[in-house]
Ligand binder design. Structure first.
Ligand code: HAM
Length: 419
């Protein structure tokens, strides 16, 4: 241990366990690549106002959880707590919305929220996300939801539930909001919650405390107050999802923690790893572009938590398909053998075979132990006597079989054994 430790609450992964984390990240994004989403590399920090306006002044994310700092030019910047506002900013900045619509992009990387750390809740965590910007076609909603669904299923995850809701739009939400507020004002609520009733009443429906939950059972639900356009849109989304074989549960109280959502909203929940059950979520944000100063540009997307998905897989005892371990391990005994094997290792790697070798003077026994630990299928062992004879010992580490192979034919022999 050094003087230093990683900051509190960050998600950190070291080999070999980190291979599973990578497999989760890549697996979650694979279905998006098959659906024509292009990669967007975004900055990790943005103008603070992008988030406070885009995500919403009344959200916990903005009021309590942002890592905000001034740069040397006294600009207020914030480490991104989420990806959607940055994506819409980039789409507008690069005029992508003037091209083919919807603009379809994916992104992956670290996000930052100053939350109280616990299992599955970190201050630096990782998301993969997609956004489809510039269309309100309900078939796009179904595409986005089903891509997330396929991502989880593709990794072998089964114990999750997709919760689905529609939050209405600028036409029907205001009237519903007032109705809900009138209902909530009559309840016995603490000071903080009363304030929330005035600022963000929908969030009260999502309160996890028993005392609040009991009181809101009969609250009016947005699903019963959708305008005709929103109702039709939601019916269409569900029709497409059913056609795609996606299973979901209607969640009329589902309200997400970010203010930009309209119409279709969804969350993937998994009960396997403690209090933090949301492994991913998303929805439509038809007014976000205008909120940040752009033209009307409806959009929908999701963010999936890589760290929580890994925890969910572990809870189900499912190992994600980890690719790319070492296939061959070279063990030189003596300086001359080392020279020979450094060359061979280079050749094998250039040929696309993942190869490692024993470095340092650790003797045959220690080096063979390292070979076993590496997970490689084959070991190539060369000592002075082998060199004099122009051969190497090729050992199959799974069966223990060993044979002598001429150095000149070694690369070919390794390839043959691995194929
Ligand atoms: P979000 O629900 O805030 O949505 O985050 C998405 C996912 O990120 C969560 O479901 C969870 O798995 C993971 N996550 C969030 N906070 C933490 C944390 N502190 N520790 C570990 N994992 C966490 C968004 O961020 C939206 N931008 C999603 C979206 C995209 N909506 C439309 N497009």
């Amino acid at each position: 241990m050094s003087t230093f430790q990683a900051p509190k609450g960050v998600a950190e992964y070291v080999p070999p366990e980190s291979a599973a984390w990578l497999a989760v990240r890549d697996g979650l994004i694979a279905p998006a690549r098959l659906a024509g989403y292009g990669y967007l590399e975004l900055p990790v920090f943005e103008d603070t106002a992008l988030f406070s306006r885009g995500v919403g002044e009344s959200t916990d994310v903005v009021t309590k959880e942002m890592y905000t700092f001034s740069d040397r030019g006294d600009r207020s910047l914030t480490l991104r707590p989420e990806g959607t506002a940055g994506v819409v900013r980039a789409v507008l900045e690069h005029n992508l919305h003037r091209g083919q619509l919807p603009v379809k992009v994916w992104y992956a990387g670290p996000f930052f929220r100053a939350e109280r750390p616990q299992a599955g809740r970190y201050r630096q965590f990782s998301q993969v996300g997609i956004e489809a910007v510039g269309s309100d076609d309900p078939a796009v909603d179904a595409e986005v939801v089903s891509i997330a669904y396929d991502g989880y299923r593709g990794l072998g995850l089964t114990g999750f539930t997709l919760e689905l809701n529609s939050l209405g739009d600028a036409q029907c939400r205001p009237a519903y909001r007032e109705k809900l507020q009138a209902f909530l004002r009559d309840l016995d609520l603490d000071e903080d919650t009363r304030r929330r009733v005035e600022i963000n009443p929908l969030r009260v429906l999502d309160d996890k405390r028993d005392k609040v939950r009991e009181q809101v059972v009969d609250a009016p639900l947005v699903a019963d107050h959708l305008c005709d356009d929103c109702r039709r849109h939601y019916d269409d989304v569900r029709g497409f999802l059913a056609d795609l074989g996606v299973q979901w549960r209607e969640a009329p109280r589902l309200v997400r923690g970010l203010d930009y959502y309209t119409r279709t909203t969804f969350e993937f929940v998994h009960e396997g790893f403690g209090a933090q059950s949301g492994i991913g979520g998303g929805g439509r944000y038809d007014g976000l572009s205008e909120t940040i100063g752009g033209p009307p540009l409806p959009g929908i997307g999701f963010g999936l938590g890589v760290d929580r998905t890994l925890l969910a897989l572990q809870a189900e005892d499912v190992t994600p398909p980890v690719a790319g371990g070492v296939q061959v391990y070279a063990v030189p005994v003596g300086a001359a053998a080392r020279r020979e094997l450094v060359k061979l290792v280079g050749r094998l790697r250039h040929g696309g075979i993942a190869t490692d070798m024993a470095y340092g003077e650790r003797g045959l026994k220690g080096a063979m132990k390292a070979a076993d630990r590496s997970g490689a299928q084959l070991a190539v062992v060369v000592g002075d006597r082998d060199l004099a004879d122009g051969v190497a010992q090729l050992k199959d580490l799974t069966t223990g079989d060993q044979e002598s192979v001429a150095l000149a034919e070694l690369a070919a022999a390794v390839e043959k054994r691995l194929s």
